[in-house]
Design a protein around this ligand. Structure first.
Ligand SMILES: Nc1ncnc2c1ncn2[C@@H]1O[C@H](COP(=O)(O)OP(=O)(O)OP(=O)(O)O)[C@@H](O)[C@H]1O
Length: 242
């Protein structure tokens, strides 16, 4: 994988001047306008900001799903901006778990089989049953998505994301399709993943209350970081006030 001289330290991500422009000329959209960011290892980081402010774009670039137009994004000591497509694929496969708003499960496969899709190709996977137990679905392993509630399906998606033992878990609106009780249960699982597996977790959300469980809260506006707050009074997802 591409290496660079940027010091790694205890940070999972460092970005320098990260810029993303979609399109060209008068139709150009400046989604990121030179973002400088440091994400310490093992933290839960919540990204807040208005619709269109660039949160998902940032997540997609540091998650290796998209490329910056300019600037650098380092994962530990590796510069994602200099990686080939093949290297980015390996980075995603070996280090990154994604959880999206709409689960993206295979409807014709059981919970267990959905998770197996990932463990079969992962470098250092977790036992499938352990992953499903971790998200509280030990008794639903052989159910199909259509036989599960939204919260249960999202927990399968989390089990699938963590079964590869990811260094980083990215969650884009993980509770967006869930009611507050179910959403809280899903955040609980994400919190456990951070605590028990030590994964760095980045959550993009419109549910500002989620920030109460974060170690760090990044406020985005118009493609730039407006503020970074360290949360000295984290609360358990059970205690989040919506
Ligand atoms: N593939 C694309 N092509 C063109 N413009 C895009 C593309 N993806 C995103 N954009 C634009 O880039 C800007 C940032 O989008 P992004 O999805 O990162 O925002 P966001 O903060 O995640 O928004 P939301 O909270 O609504 O998901 C928006 O103006 C969006 O329209």
């Amino acid at each position: 994988m591409a290496k660079d001289s940027e010091p790694a330290g205890q940070t999972t991500f460092v970005t320098r001047g990260l810029t993303k422009v979609y399109g060209e000329g008068p139709a150009a959209v400046h989604a990121l306008r030179g973002v400088d960011l440091e994400i310490p290892k093992g933290e839960i980081v919540v990204l807040l900001g208005p619709s269109g402010s660039g949160k998902s774009t940032l997540l997609n670039i540091i998650g290796g799903l998209d490329r910056a137009t300019e600037g650098d994004a380092f994962f530990e000591d590796q510069n994602l901006s200099q990686m080939s497509d093949r290297e980015l694929t390996l980075y995603r496969r070996d280090h990154v778990g994604f959880v999206f708003q709409f689960y993206n499960l295979m409807p014709s496969l059981t919970a267990r089989e959905n998770v197996e899709l990932v463990t079969e190709i992962a470098e250092d996977p977790m036992d499938v049953e352990k992953a499903l137990h971790l998200v509280g679905l030990g008794k639903r392993m052989d159910h199909f998505p259509a036989q599960m509630s939204g919260g249960e399906q999202q927990r399968v998606a989390i089990a699938r994301a963590i079964a590869k033992n990811p260094t980083v878990l990215f969650c884009d609106e993980p509770t967006g399709a869930l009611d507050s009780t179910t959403g809280r249960a899903v955040l609980h699982v994400i919190n456990d993943v951070n605590r028990e597996l030590g994964a760095t977790v980045m959550i993009v959300t419109h549910a500002a209350a989620t920030a109460q469980m974060a170690h760090r809260v990044i406020n985005f506006a118009d493609g730039a970081i407006r503020s970074v707050e360290v949360n000295d009074h984290r609360v358990s997802p059970d205690e989040i006030e919506w």
